[in-house]
Design a protein around this ligand. Structure first.
Ligand code: AMP
Length: 495
C-alpha cells in the first residue's frame, strides 16, 4: 500500500502545492522531485527499512521534497533545527543513529565534519538528482515515519517517534476540526523541526490539497507583506509571533495599518498554540485583525488534543474541548479521574499518540498509565472548557502548602501597565518549599520596586501567589520555538 499523503498528492496533479519567495511548485513537481530524492537516498537499495535520515534545510520546497523523499524511500525523517549549534545537532544525529545526513549547502561546513567523524553518508541538496526514478518501496502506515526531538525540563532531548498512521490521525483530526479544504492557502512561518510547523501547517496543507506559502524564516515585516499580498485563508503561529506582528503593526504608518488590518479580513481562520496565549495578546490581535484567535493545546507526543471551536464561541484563556478521535481526561496524583472544577494532569489516548521514545523503552513505559499518555501538563475544566495551568514540573509551584499555577500568575501580572512580559518560576526555599519568583521585562524607561509591585499584585492575586522576588531583565530566555525556557529563568534567581 502506498502512503495516502502521496496518493492524494497524485490526484492534485498540476495544482499548486508550495509557494516560495521566487517560485510556485505543483503537486506534480513535489512528487517528481521527492521521487528523485528517494531514488538518490536508496542508492540502489530497494527500501531504506526505517533507516534514519537527518536533514537540515531551510524552510521551502527542498525541505518538503526531502522529507517526502525520505518517506517514499522507506526511511524515518529526522529534521534538524536550523538555529541549533553544533553540539545539539551532533547529539540528535548520534542519538537517532542516522545513516544519512542531508544538508543544504549553507549548512555544509557545520554538518560535513559531524557526518565524516561518524562515517555517515553525507548528501548536499545541491547535488545532481538522478534523472530516472527507481521503483520505490511500498510503505505501510504502521512504519515509523518521523523522529522529533523534544527537550524535557531535565536531561537530554528525547526522540519522539510517530508512525505514518499516527501522523495521518493527527492530520485528519485537524482537517475535520478546522475545516481544511483544497481552497485553503496558508502562510508557513514556523520552524520545521517541530510538530506545529511540520504537522499542523505543512502536512495538513498538503493532505488537504491546499497551497502552502513558505517563508524561509520568520520576519514580522515579511509576514505582514505576504498577508497583504497573498490572498491567504489561514495562519497559524505561536503567541510570540503574534506579539511580534502586533509590535510591527504598531510601528507602521496609519495607512499601512489600515491596509494590513483589511488584509486580515480575507483570512478565514487564525490559530495560536504551542504555548499559553496571553489574553492581552488575543485582545490586541482581535482589535488589529478582527480575528478572535483560535487557541489549541497539543504536544509533540500526542499531536493536537484540545481546541476551541471553528464555529461557535471561543473563550479567551481556554483551549476548548477534545479534538475528533482524541480522548482526554484529567487525573489526580494517584491516577484517578477528577471531576470538573478540580485540577488534574492531562492524559491523552487516541490514534495520534506517538509510538515510543526512540530507543528508550523505559521512558516510554513510564510515560503511559493504563494506555493513557501522561502529558505532565496540569489543567482544569471550567464550564466544559479546558484551561491549562502549566507543566507540572516547572509551572506548578508548591509554596507554603499551596499549589499555584505560574501561568495564572503571569496572566495577572501582564495587567500591570509597566510590565511588558513576565515569567514566573518556583525557586527552592527552606521556608516556603518553593518561593514564587517573577522575571519581568518592563516597558521602556520604567522602573518597579518590589514593594510597589507587591502592593499592586495583591489587588489581583491571593497573597500566597504574589511573587516575593522579582528580577528585571531585558529579554526572556526562549527556545527556537519562541517558548520561554523556565529552567533558564529559574537559574537567574540562583544567586
Ligand atoms: P511541544 O511538544 O514542544 O509542542 O510542547 C508541548 C507543550 O507546550 C505542552 O506540553 C504544554 O506544556 C505547552 N502548550 C502547548 N499548547 C499550549 C497552550 N495552548 N497553552 C499552554 N501551554 C501549551
Amino acid at each position: 500500500m502506498n502512503l495516502p499523503l502521496i496518493t492524494r498528492a497524485d490526484e492534485q496533479g498540476e495544482r499548486i502545492a508550495i509557494v516560495t519567495a521566487d517560485r510556485r511548485f505543483t503537486y506534480s513537481d513535489l512528487l517528481h522531485v521527492s521521487g528523485q530524492i528517494a531514488t538518490q537516498l536508496l542508492n540502489g537499495a530497494s527500501d531504506l527499512q526505517e533507516q534514519r535520515v537527518a536533514f537540515l534545510i531551510p524552510s521551502g520546497f527542498e525541505y518538503v521534497a526531502t522529507q517526502w523523499g525520505i518517506w517514499r524511500a522507506g526511511g524515518i525523517a529526522v529534521p534538524l533545527c536550523v538555529s541549533h549549534p553544533r553540539p545539539e545537532l551532533e547529539y540528535v544525529i548520534t542519538d537517532a543513529n542516522a545513516s544519512i545526513v542531508v544538508a543544504h549547502p549553507s549548512f555544509a561546513a557545520l554538518l560535513r565534519p559531524i557526518a565524516e567523524a561518524a562515517s555517515i553518508r553525507f548528501i548536499l541538496t545541491s547535488e545532481l538528482l538522478p534523472a530516472q526514478i527507481a521503483p520505490l518501496p511500498e510503505v505501510d502506515g504502521t512504519r515509523r515515519a518521523l523522529i522529533l526531538y523534544t527537550s524535557g525540563t531535565t536531561g537530554k532531548p528525547k526522540g519522539v517517534v510517530t508512525t505514518h498512521h499516527n501522523i495521518q490521525a493527527q492530520v485528519t483530526s485537524l482537517i475535520t476540526a478546522w475545516g481544511w479544504s483544497p481552497d485553503d492557502r496558508i502562510l508557513h512561518v514556523l520552524p520545521l523541526h517541530h510538530i506545529h510547523g511540520i504537522i499542523n501547517v505543512l502536512t495538513c496543507a498538503l493532505w488537504a490539497g491546499a497551497e502552502c506559502h513558505m517563508l524561509s524564516k520568520f520576519d514580522a515585516e515579511a509576514v505582514w507583506d505576504r498577508v497583504a499580498e497573498a490572498n491567504l485563508t489561514l495562519f497559524m503561529a505561536v503567541p510570540t509571533i503574534y506579539a511580534k506582528l502586533i509590535a510591527a503593526w504598531e510601528k507602521a504608518a496609519g495607512d499601512r495599518q489600515i491596509a494590513l488590518s483589511q488584509a486580515c479580513a480575507g483570512l478565514r481562520l487564525m490559530v495560536s498554540g504551542s504555548a499559553a496565549l496571553p489574553v492581552q495578546v488575543l485582545e490586541r490581535w482581535q482589535t488589529i485583525s478582527g480575528h478572535f484567535l483560535l487557541e489549541r493545546y497539543g504536544m509533540t507526543e500526542i499531536g493536537m488534543a484540545l481546541s476551541n471551536p471553528l464555529e461557535g464561541q471561543r473563550r479567551a484563556g481556554y483551549v476548548g474541548t477534545p479534538l475528533p478521535h482524541v480522548e482526554v481526561r484529567l487525573v489526580d496524583e494517584s491516577g484517578v479521574a477528577v471531576p470538573p472544577g478540580t485540577p488534574g494532569e492531562i492524559q491523552v489516548k487516541g490514534p495520534g499518540v506517538f509510538l515510543e521514545y526512540w530507543q528508550k523503552p523505559e521512558a516510554t513505559a513510564k510515560a503511559f498509565q493504563d494506555g493513557w499518555f501522561c502529558t505532565g501538563d496540569f489543567a482544569i475544566v471550567e464550564q466544559d472548557c479546558y484551561r491549562i495551568l502549566g507543566r507540572i514540573s516547572v509551572d506548578i509551584i508548591k509554596t507554603g502548602g499551596y499549589k499555584v499555577s505560574a501561568l495564572e500568575i503571569e496572566e495577572a501580572l501582564r495587567q500591570h501597565p509597566d510590565i511588558q512580559e513576565c515569567a514566573v518560576v518556583g525557586v527552592a526555599d527552606q521556608e516556603w518549599g518553593e518561593r514564587v519568583c517573577a522575571a519581568l521585562v518592563l516597558q521602556a524607561d520604567r522602573d518597579l520596586t518590589l514593594e510597589a509591585f507587591r502592593s499592586w499584585a495583591k489587588e489581583y492575586l491571593a497573597v500566597y501567589k504574589v511573587p516575593t522576588r522579582i528580577l528585571t531583565i531585558g529579554e526572556l530566555p526562549r527556545n527556537a520555538m519562541g517558548k520561554v525556557t523556565k529552567p533558564a529563568v529559574a537559574k537567574l534567581f540562583d544567586s
